[in-house]
Design a protein around this ligand. Sequence first.
Ligand code: FE2
Length: 264
Amino acid sequence: MSNRRVNGTTFLIAAIVATIGALAFPVWSYADRSGTGQANVAAGTVNTQWGPLTAADRDLIVRVRLAGLWELPAGQQAIQRAPSAAIKEAGDHLIVGHTDLDKRVRIVAAQLGVELPNQPNEQQQGWLQEMSAASGAEYEYKFVNLLRAAHGKIFPAIGTVRNTTRNTLVRQLASDANQTVLDHITILEKTGRVDFDAIANDAVAGTTASPTGPAAPVPGQVAPSAPAAEADDDVKTTSRPSPGAPGTVNTNRPDPEDTAGVLR
Ligand SMILES: [Fe+2]
């Protein structure tokens, strides 16, 4: 008897849920969807021959341009006044990478009709002033860590746009920028002066979430080694896993070309 009552109750709840769902669906699907994520994306989107161009796409284009506007003078200063070869090498990478990316972003922006800034933003100007005012070891610390922090901020933003964009020009720009940013992060870290504690602390400042992931290893206990995850031997492959030696980023892509003739 109690079984029958449970079944009856379950049926009643299911029926109510189904009814509410049936009533709510048409309301949701035909009502004004302003305020939803999709509506927000659509509101800032324009169509182009290379696919829709969203506000997030345009934001990345502007940020790539801005990165060059302050990293070029920062790199030049490093070559001219840094006491150590490692900092000069980093400055060299900043200049080469952003000269290349700047031409790419100017071509893409011209094709998509996006207006670009011609001055670093206020924050970036502040960083340049901070570096100019410092000297010796303090200058080197500021150079490496201001630049490493800025690259760490744009790195995930590039990944997000690379994932979501429907615009082929923005997708390629995101791929190119990703490579350059990783190269700059790598070369800044090669100086040995990156303050990783500061980066880690800054990333979690203001968050309250508990860390997730596997339990911490127990000191003195050896974890069992994992078996290889691999395809069967009879599957033939031809590609290589990485475009450069560990600790390097292959930046040997062809120079950008203004094939559409959009640059003046
Ligand atoms: Fe950079």
